[in-house]
Write a protein that binds this ligand. Structure first.
Ligand code: PEP
Length: 251
């Protein structure tokens, strides 16, 4: 049995003051990790403060990105060791906004994934097709290719600890969510790929989230699919009540 996992991706939308107030507001209302795992991924300036406030709760605090190198002349970047040094054990890798705007190529996604795994972090690896790729009936092919490249050199035991977020690019932040059947089909494509390459135990262990305009009103439709194990949620994860409703719906 896989534990459902709901993760918020706040992008660049929440100030430090708001982030800390959010943790204060939710911290006594977070369900136990046995029922549903929960996380919010915030801007880097807030991670340490949020981590401190969430210390004795099951709410995980994650980064939205990190650099693939351990250290060096990469002005403005954040490393896995720096994140680990403040107790951050979760990171989003290869979000489509980073792929589109910040040169997160498949090769860099692979290197970032290795860096995360080497530092014992849980990676949420984002994959998903663009609208024109779906319209050309290439969604499965695109996602399989992204998986193949992201997972180069990763061992089956490590794959088990990865989380994959299937996020059709056209559904992110647009209000146009994918229909649950299509999302379920893509989750099965991802699991089938893991099974072919890494075996049944890895395929059974990996958690696959759906992401793309998920909100309290539609999350149950996705969670009803046995291959969808949770959601990566942008806009609807920022407000306290909305976030708590998502967690409740996922239990
Ligand atoms: C995301 O940021 O990964 C996302 C899915 O955003 P939204 O829920 O706002 O579509």
């Amino acid at each position: 049995m896989r534990t459902p996992f709901i993760a918020g991706n706040w992008k660049m939308n929440v100030t430090d003051r708001e982030a800390l107030a959010f943790v204060d507001a939710v911290k006594d209302r977070i369900p136990s990790n046995d029922e549903v795992e929960s996380a919010v991924c915030a801007q880097s300036v807030s991670l340490k403060g949020m981590r401190g406030k969430a210390e004795h709760t099951d709410l995980r605090i994650g980064a939205q990105n990190m650099h693939e190198e351990e250290n060096g002349a990469f002005t403005g970047e954040i490393s896995a060791p720096a994140l680990a040094s403040i107790g951050i054990g979760l990171v989003i890798i290869g979000h489509s906004e980073r792929r589109e705007m910040f040169n997160d190529t498949d090769e860099r996604v692979n290197r970032k994934l290795h860096a995360a795994l080497e530092h014992g972090m849980t990676p949420i690896v984002c994959i998903g097709e663009k609208l024109e790729e779906r319209e050309a009936d290439r969604a499965s092919e695109v996602v399989r290719k992204q998986l193949e490249q992201a997972l180069q050199g990763v061992e089956a035991e490590q794959v088990k600890g990865c989380v994959f977020a299937y996020e059709p690019v056209w559904a992110i932040g647009t209000g146009k969510s994918s229909n649950p059947e299509e999302a379920g089909e893509m989750a099965r494509t991802i699991r089938a790929y893991i099974r072919e390459q890494y075996g049944q135990p890895a395929a059974e262990a990996v958690r696959i989230q759906y992401g793309g305009s998920v909100k309290p009103e539609n999350i149950a439709e996705y969670m009803a699919d046995e291959d969808i194990d949770g959601a990566l949620v942008g806009g609807a994860s920022i407000k306290v009540d909305s976030f708590l409703s998502l967690l409740e719906a996922a239990q």
